[in-house]
Design a protein around this ligand. Structure first.
Ligand code: GLC
Length: 422
């Protein structure tokens, strides 16, 4: 290079650097922190930041979806520009649609590669409110070694689960582990209980609380049978403290080796399989049990989406981050490292993904046919519907109400909420 060219080059490079510096922006994203969520989120956003020369701040949010929602509602009601990208629950698009931008122009057709049902779920009045980041369905974790030791089958029905839990609990307790329990799940009065209880009711053929036509269906004999069965577990195969468990408390007990069965989402798999896990190599995953021989296996559809706030000062960059985080490659990394269910069907055929999380293949139909909570039909009322439901169920589980009285009261409350149409 001649001197003149070097000088030009240096000038040009300096100008480029200055322009880049001037343009570097900071985007703030709210990520969940359940299990390894925060770490995986940070790795993803850092890769984008490096690629684009921008900065990303990650803010953590409460683990309970119910508490997270009220935090978001406060921020959004104040039209705060503090958070650009929100991680939102699959049941929130109807409630938060007015605060989010339409992502359609940014996705440039990439949304066609995603599960159509999720894209439909996230589309409110023609607007793509959020992109599906990972999907979820409730599954049953079990201890392979203990079922084999006590010669018990992998349960197909709740009755079988209860019977196996009795046998194994007795054996393990007689052998000296007085902390050992049969079944742990999410019993706190919050969104997680809505998911668990919907599974019980749907597995007995008792519907989905509110039908797709908006009619309140929850007060029925199958729902009663389901709640009666679940409340019988307290102090029998489940500790009373389960009434205050979210996902992570249940995982804590199961992963430390003190429970035979656990109801949880797929994220718990990679943690149970991690090197420091006492139950590594001893865990199996199947669909949740049926309510009886003519019941059905039912896993509630869960999952999280990424949405860009209308109050963001950098909507273009924020949408670019969403596009990156929801891309095939990034979802593949999260599936392999964190057993987060992809929202792109092709990833369920990816051999690397299937090798890391074998049940993604075996339980594909559970994920594809997850039982949706009635959020699309109740729209911005869903939060109230779910609150009414989990509070009443919690009353039954704690022994403060019998199923008949609770279901009749719930029916009245839901009808009142929906009186003017959902
Ligand atoms: C999981 C699900 C989410 C659900 C929550 C309840 O995070 O993905 O949809 O609302 O659990 O605790």
């Amino acid at each position: 290079m001649s001197r003149m060219t070097i000088k030009h080059w240096l000038l040009g490079a300096a100008a480029g650097l200055m322009a880049a510096a001037a343009q570097a922006e900071t985007i703030t994203i709210s990520c969940g922190a359940v299990g390894a969520e925060r770490q995986l989120c940070e790795q993803g956003v850092n890769a984008w930041a490096e690629k684009t020369g921008n900065e990303v701040k990650v803010v953590s949010t409460p683990n309970s979806a119910t508490e997270r929602l009220s935090l978001y509602q406060q921020l959004l009601a104040a039209q705060s520009p503090d958070v650009d990208v929100f991680q939102i629950d699959v049941v929130w698009p109807g409630m938060l649609a007015n605060h989010m931008i339409d992502l359609t122009p940014y996705m440039k057709g990439a949304e066609d590669d995603f599960f159509p049902a999720l894209i439909r779920n996230n589309t409110v009045d023609g607007k793509l409110v959020a992109m599906p980041w990972f999907t979820d369905a409730g599954v049953l974790y079990y201890r392979k070694d203990l079922l084999a030791k006590y010669d018990q089958p992998v349960p197909q029905t709740w009755d079988q689960l209860t019977d196996a839990a009795h046998v194994v609990m007795k054996g393990e307790r007689d052998a000296g582990n007085d902390k050992f329990w049969g079944y742990v799940w999410q019993g706190r009065a919050y969104e997680g209980l809505t998911c668990d209880a919907l599974e019980w009711i749907a597995s007995y053929g008792g519907g989905t609380i509110i039908g797709a036509d908006g009619k309140v269906t929850v007060n029925n004999p199958q729902a009663k049978a389901a709640l009666t069965r679940a409340s019988s577990w307290i102090d029998d195969i489940s500790p009373r403290s389960v009434l205050n468990y979210t996902e992570e408390e249940a995982r804590g007990v199961f992963q430390s080796g003190n429970a035979l069965f656990m109801r949880n989402w797929p994220y718990a798999w990679s943690l149970a399989q991690s090197d420091d896990s006492p139950v590594k190599g001893k865990v199996g995953v199947v669909a949740l049990p049926k309510g009886g021989d003519d019941g059905q296996h039912a896993g509630t559809l869960g999952g999280w989406q990424l949405a860009v706030s209308k109050y963001s000062k950098n909507p273009d960059l924020a949408a670019d981050l969403v596009r990156y985080l929801t891309s095939y490659q990034e979802q593949k990394r999260r599936a392999i490292e964190g057993s987060y269910n992809p929202t792109i069907p092709a990833l369920y055929k990816d051999q690397d993904v299937l090798a890391a999380v074998p049940f993604f293949g075996k339980l594909y139909t559970t994920f594809e046919n997850g039982v949706p909570r009635p959020s699309s039909v109740t729209g911005d009322q869903y939060g109230r519907v779910s609150n009414a439901f989990f509070n009443k169920v919690h009353n039954v589980l704690s022994g403060d109400a019998d199923p008949d009285t609770a279901l009749a009261a719930l029916e009245r409350e839901l009808r009142r909420l929906g009186r003017r149409g959902w």
